[in-house]
Design a protein around this ligand. Structure first.
Ligand code: PGA
Length: 249
């Protein structure tokens, strides 16, 4: 018996301004359907504004990264405690852009997930293979290794994360994984969770991310192991984000 509630998360990346964010949030709040759980992950400087705009609403707030450290001499880093204090419920960790552009290792990503949980945030842990890895038949091994690092770090607490499968070749490219391709990987990830934590793995939400749009969202979300989406480009347009949220209900 699974009771997973669909989750749709917008990842704004490094986009927005105070004025544009206010407009976007107002438009989403005015139109968002109630049945799916929704969140937006804003850039750090805008989190406090967004928390105020979303206060009392059902739309949750998240950040796009956090430090693995609790506190200290880490110039430029932001701790999970700071994010929790400002009103975040979620934090994305291990996005492929951070893995690729900032050299984040599987181990560091796992530590960030642990730091998030330690401060009451739900980490949205991203895993995914590159096109070359897929073409070499390494998809299962790559995402398996990425998830294993997090399982190794968190142990029994693994059930408290949200997992996101984001094939690198589908991010921002307009090239979406087919629902079958995505489901195949989601099923592998679910099986790996099950091996680690038993039947409770059925409660862990696994989101798909990578060029999710209003016209492909419903068929992706209809797959048995796809429990929602992590939305980049389409989360910057209120109408598209709301349409994707509707597809999840
Ligand atoms: P995209 O980004 O929807 O623009 O492909 C998804 C992501 O990077 O989380």
């Amino acid at each position: 018996m699974t009771t997973r509630r669909t989750l749709v998360v917008g990842n704004w990346k490094m986009h927005g301004s105070r004025a544009r964010n206010a407009e976007l949030l107002a438009a989403i709040l005015a139109a968002a359907p109630g049945a799916a759980e929704l969140a937006v992950c804003a850039p750090f400087p805008y989190l406090a504004d967004a928390a105020a705009a979303l206060s009392g609403s059902a739309l949750a707030l998240g950040a796009q990264d956090c430090s693995a450290h609790a506190e200290g001499a880490y110039t430029g880093e932001v701790s999970a405690a700071m994010l929790a204090e400002i009103g975040c419920r979620y934090v994305i960790v291990g996005h492929s852009e951070r893995r690729a552009q900032h050299g984040e290792s599987d181990g560091l990503v796992a530590q960030k997930a642990q730091a998030a949980l330690a401060h009451g945030l739900t980490p949205i842990v991203c895993v995914g293979e590159t096109l070359l890895q897929r073409e070499h038949g390494q998809t299962g091994a790559v995402v398996g290794r990425q998830l294993a690092a997090v399982i190794g770090q968190l142990g029994e607490r693994i059930g408290a994360i949200v997992l996101a499968y984001e094939p690198v070749w589908a991010i921002g490219t307009g090239r979406t994984a087919s629902p079958q391709q995505a489901q195949e990987v989601h099923a592998l990830l679910r099986a790996q969770l099950q091996a680690a934590m038993g039947t409770a793995a059925a409660q862990v939400r696994i989101l798909y991310g990578g060029s999710v749009k209003p016209d492909n969202a419903a068929t992706l979300f209809a797959q048995p192991d796809i429990d929602g989406g992590l939305i980049g480009g389409a989360s910057l347009k209120a109408a598209d984000f709301v349409a994707i949220a509707r597809a999840a209900t």
